[in-house]
Structure formats: C-alpha cells, structure tokens
Write a protein that binds this ligand. Structure first.
Ligand code: FMN
Length: 192
C-alpha cells in the first residue's frame, strides 16, 4: 500500500543544528519510544553490532568537561575556544545518544563493513524517529570518535567505537534547507 505521508516525511526531513536544539527534549518515555522504533534496522546475521549510551542533563555536562580535560592533556597548546567547544557540545542538547558500533572483525560470515553499516542505519533511524516524534536531531562526530582515550572515558571495549552522537531536542525555528543532489546527478545506468 502506498504511503504518501511517509514519502513526504522522507522528502522533507532535515537535521536541526545541535546549537539550535532546545529544552524540553524528549521525556524518558518519548526517548524510549524513539529508540524502540529506531533499532529496527537491517542487520545481516542478526548480530546486533551496536548499542547506545545515553547522556542527559548533568551527564552531558560532565562528559564534555572530561573531553576538554583529555583534549588539553593530548595537546597542551590547544586554544581555549576549542576546549569550550568540547565542553559545550554535550551540554546544550537536551538529549544525546552515542551510537556505539561493536564490530567482530573475525566474524566468519559477516564482514566488518556490513556490521558498521548496520550501526550507521541505527544512527540515521534515530534522526528519523526523533523527527517523527516531533523533535529535532543532528548527527555529530568530532575528534573524540577517533581517539582511544576518549573511548576509554566511555568504557568502550577494544572492538567498539562511537560512530555518531545523535543530539535530540526541541526544534526551535525551522532550519534552512541545504543544497541537495538531484536524482539525475547520482544515478547512472550500467552499460554492458
Ligand atoms: C557520519 C557523519 C558525521 C557527521 N559529523 C558532523 C560533525 O561532527 N559536525 C557537523 O557539523 N556535522 C556533522 N555531520 C553532518 C550533520 O549531521 C548535518 O547536520 C547533516 O549532514 C545535515 O543533513 P540532513 O539535513 O540531511 O540530515 C555528520 C554527518 C555524518 C553522516
């Protein structure tokens, strides 16, 4: 059955910059509803190669402060505005979910790439579900996703890494649309 509402939703969907997200964010029940919808993702081999870590309120403030401290230790000359960015990033969104990819590099059947892509599907589905629930959301990463000391702050295992911080909150003003590729620019036909 054709679902024009769903198609329209996908055509109109866009991220809301995290700095624009406002309180109130989702209640614990709303966040659970968003997560329950979002975890229905393609997952070759049913490995569930991902998990989520939630930061709300004080946890976001403390994680940002810990990241800034780590950043200063790694690079003692780091300029203060960069440290302020570390501190603020997790403080101003009402809710942040870290999407952690849990990759089994030696899996006999499912390549690591496919496990990572399943985690990416979860990250995108969180954006969709948050917007469908009436909130704004943005997928952010940053240096801490690629740093093992930062991973240790989150108690990640060696085979785990954060692939997305999904910031969720009230939408505020409608964000401007960005340039999108045209269908004809991204589709080609195979010529035998
Ligand atoms: C893997 C990934 C990482 C991203 N990391 C950042 C980031 O750290 N900072 C940023 O400003 N945007 C980042 N973005 C882009 C934002 O999510 C941006 O809001 C988004 O591309 C807007 O597109 P949309 O409206 O189609 O969701 C990232 C996007 C992806 C897919």
């Amino acid at each position: 059955m054709r679902n024009d509402t769903a198609l329209q939703f996908l055509r109109d969907r866009r991220s809301v910059p995290s700095a624009q997200l406002q309180a109130p964010g989702p209640s614990p029940e709303q966040l659970r509803e968003i997560i329950a919808a979002a975890i229905r993702v393609p997952d070759h081999g049913k490995l569930v190669p991902w998990r989520l870590i939630e930061f709300s309120g004080e946890a976001g403030v403390r994680f940002g402060a810990a990241l800034a401290e780590l950043h200063r230790r790694i690079d003692p000359g780091v300029p203060e505005p960069k440290l302020a960015k570390d501190r603020d990033r997790f403080a101003h969104s009402p809710s942040v979910l870290a999407v952690v990819a849990c990759i089994d590099e030696r899996h006999p059947k499912i390549p690591a790439q496919e496990q990572l892509l399943s985690a990416g599907c979860l990250a995108f589905n969180l954006l969709l579900a948050a917007q469908a629930a009436g909130f704004g959301a943005q997928w952010l990463t940053g240096w801490s996703c690629y740093d093992r000391d930062a991973a240790r702050l989150l108690q990640l295992k060696d085979n785990e890494r954060v692939i997305a911080y999904i910031h969720i909150g009230g939408r505020g003003d409608e964000p401007p649309e960005r340039k999108r590729p045209a269908v004809d620019d991204v589709v080609g036909s195979w010529q035998p």
